[in-house]
Structures are given as C-alpha cells and as structure tokens.
Design a protein around this ligand. Sequence first.
Ligand SMILES: Nc1ncnc2c1ncn2[C@@H]1O[C@H](COP(=O)(O)OP(=O)(O)O)[C@@H](O)[C@H]1O
Ligand SMILES: [Mg+2]
Length: 362
Amino acid sequence: MADLSNNDEAVAAAIEAPVAAGEPILQVRNLQKHFPLTQGILFKKQVGAVKAVDGVSFDLFQGETLGIVGESGCGKSTVAKLLMNLERATAGEVFYKGQDITKLSGRALKAVRRNIQMVFQDPYTSLNPRMTVGDIIGEPFDIHPEVAPKGDRRRKVQELLDVVGLNPEYINRYPHQFSGGQRQRIGIARGLALNPEIIICDEPVSALDVSVQAQVINLMGKLQDEFNLSYIFIAHDLSIVRHISDRVGVMYLGKMAEIGTDEQIYEHPTHPYTQALLSAVPVPDPEARAHRERIILTGDVPSPANPPSGCSFRTRCWKAQEKCSQEVPVLAIPQRFQGQDIPAAHSSACHFAEEKQVVPVS
Ligand SMILES: Nc1ncnc2c1ncn2[C@@H]1O[C@H](COP(=O)(O)OP(=O)(O)O)[C@@H](O)[C@H]1O
Ligand SMILES: [Mg+2]
C-alpha cells in the first residue's frame, strides 16, 4: 500500500506543477460513456446501452477556449461530467498535465478537482436558494481551506464578487434577490474561488436573455485573460461560441464531427453537419442572405441507444454513399493550432469532407 500512496503523492505533485511549455493542459483520448439500458424491475437485465459519448478525442491548450457545440442530447454535458470526474468513463482517458485523471482517488483527485472547475447551465437551479451568496461562493473553501483560511474568507469572497462585477456588499443576500445574469456571475465567482486552471462551462448563457448573454461572455473573456484560464465552453448554438472560442468542436450523436480554429469552422467548414448547422444560423444582412445556400436537414437525430452503422450522420446527410454505412470516419487529433500549424488544427470525421461556402455567422 505504501507504494500506492507514494504514487498518489507523485501524481499530485505533477498536477500541482505548471504545465510544460507547448504541451496541452488536457488531452482527451477516445472517451466513452455508455449508460446501460435495463429492463425488468426485480431482476434488472441489461438490454443495451445509450452511447452518450462514443469515442471523443481532443486537446486543450493553456489559455485557450475550446467551444463544443451540438444539438441537445449529443453528449455535451456527459463530456463535461467525465472531464470533471462526476461520471466514471466506460473507456478512454483524460490526461491533465500528462496524468490520466479518470482513475484517480485521494489527494491526487482532490488536486485535480481544485484545478478543474465547472460553471453550470442554469443559474436558477444551480445555486442553493437557502444559502447566502457569501456561503455559496465560499463553499469550495470548506474542502480546500488551504486556499482561504477561515479568518480570510469574507475578504476573499468580497474580492471575488468584485472580480465578477457585483457589489461586495451583496455578500449576505440570497440568490432570489438577483437577476439571471447576476446569478450566473455568482456561479462564475464560485468557479473562480479555488483559483483553477480550467473552467468547464456547460451552456453558461443558454438560460439567459439574449441581451445579457453578451455581458456574461465578455466577463468570461476578461477573466480568462486576467487569470490565464483555459475554457471548455459548451453551447448548442454555433453563434454563441464564435466570439469566445479559439477553436470549436462540433459534436453529433456522441462523437466529434469536426474540429478546427474558429476561422476554419465558421468560414471553411468541411463536415456536412457543420455546414448544415451554419446554414441554419440567421444572417442579418439581406444581401448575404440572398446569396447563401440553405441546407435543410431531413429526419430526426437517431437514438444514441441505436446509432446508425458507419457514419452516425449518414441518415441525414445529402452526401451519404455506400462507404458511409460501412466505415466509421475517423477524426484526427489536431496538432497545435498556433503559428504555422494552423491547417493541421482542422479535422473532419467525414469520408467526403470538402469545403463548401456557407455564409459565416456574423
Ligand atoms: N444518467 C444517464 N442515464 C442514462 N442516459 C443518460 C444519462 N445522462 C445522459 N443520458 C443520455 O445521454 C445522451 C447525451 O446526454 P447529454 O450529455 O446530457 O447531452 P447534451 O448535454 O448534449 O444535451 C442523451 O441521450 C441522454 O438522454
Ligand atoms: Mg447538456
């Protein structure tokens, strides 16, 4: 057992060290989460599985924002929970600073939990209505008192309120006394409390009024620069992540369909699904609207319990051919996206990927 705990210490030390220059802070490899489908009440029998996440791979670099976009049910929140260790992966690995965090426990897991935080979708239900804002934001210090000793907490929480643009005097108020945008600021302050390196934002602005969305996104961009944060920013709509993302990954039915820099995804999309999503985004300019090609997808998203063979998008794809039902198209793990490697950052899981001019989101 001594051996094991030594290993635990070594892993924790690696996790607390700065990320090696040029290395991704997070490497996700072939991540899978299959939820068993059971039948029967007394004697539960597994009759299949919901393939919520079915082989997702990507890298995240320090200080970058990776947007993850896809329709409801495609597995975005499950990816977020796997990265947060809130769900156990069925298969695959998540390397944080080179350490596989999917199988950790003890001190090493605690160190990971401190460094990877989450901001949730719904600021109305994710904040405990019976706790004051001060207690909500300061709660993470109960588990990590080393970050803010008891006597220093109030000052720390007030500082966090100020950082997210809320009056520090609001510390004793309750969540219902705030607007939706302010509540999400509280959620962000809580996410920042432990000084994390990565924040996973699961549709942080989807429940907010459009007019407030931009304010919250701007705040997140400002905080990212200030604290050198890396973001995974989940949304169901390509237009929301455009302004905050350095790169964007498009998910469909538990898989990554395409990933690339924001320019590659918005101006040179090569996967038919990305092209269809982009063509559905409203374009304010009537001139541009008249010239663009609209792609209307037919059919529904298939069930993740029974996905199509080969390419899971083929049942709705206008380009589908025989090969698409027989061979699963593979997405390459893109290379570092900066400098001369930009073309290498682009990858599309399509046998017939090609660029198509669709009017980008403005
Ligand atoms: N705990 C669970 N048990 C069974 N199925 C689940 C569970 N969580 C999610 N799913 C299913 O996994 C799929 C992906 O869900 P989710 O990750 O929430 O998608 P998204 O966040 O993209 O809307 C859906 O079909 C959903 O019904
Ligand atoms: Mg979700």
